[in-house]
Write a protein that binds this ligand. Structure first.
Ligand code: FES
Length: 175
């Protein structure tokens, strides 16, 4: 019986180490990336996107979020900055033009890779409260800025994008 227990414990330790290594690899890659992710331009029509609705796209095998924020949600981004781990996005990955309070080219439109910077789970939208990760409870505001509580070490990654017109966003390339 003892060898079985030892083998099971070895498997559990191996799985834990694998998850930790994946998390570290994800974090290292994000922290050391020189630029926001780009490639495979994808046009997104914003015409029918109401405030508060989260659009999830599949881009380069990753979920990418596009969300229209209301004026109240934009204003609320200033209310909790002392609780954030990287309020100025100095340790986070985004295009240079998105290193601002709303982490976007336009305050009303939010674009982000929908993967937690801890172990890569997909956080869930909780309305005006932002996004909560289901596995270890990291919490992000509506600009993808991570709160100090929880294990995620950086804000959500913002990919390269630009606006071809008022209602047409092109994901994957800066203008
Ligand atoms: Fe662990 Fe998000 S993956 S908190």
């Amino acid at each position: 019986m003892a060898p079985v227990r030892v083998k099971r414990r070895g498997l559990l330790l191996g799985a834990g180490a694998g998850a930790a290594a994946a998390g570290l690899a994800y974090w290292w890659k994000a922290k050391h990336a020189d630029n926001a992710p780009q490639g495979s331009p994808l046009a997104v029509d914003l015409q029918d996107l109401p405030a508060g609705k989260l659009l999830t796209l599949n881009w380069q095998d990753k979920p990418v979020w596009v969300m229209r924020r209301s004026p109240a949600e934009i204003a609320a981004l200033a209310d909790h900055e002392e609780l954030l781990l990287d309020a100025d996005s100095r340790q986070s990955v985004q295009p240079p033009a998105c290193r601002n309070r709303h982490r976007s080219l336009r305050p009303d439109i939010f674009v982000a890779v929908g993967l937690c910077t801890h172990l890569g789970c997909t956080p869930q939208l909780r309305g005006a409260e932002g996004f909560t990760c289901p596995c270890h409870a990291s919490h992000y505001d509506l600009a993808g800025r991570v709160f100090k509580v929880g294990p995620a070490p950086a804000n959500l990654v913002i990919p390269a994008y630009h606006f071809a017109s008022e209602n047409r966003l092109v994901l994957g390339a800066s203008a």
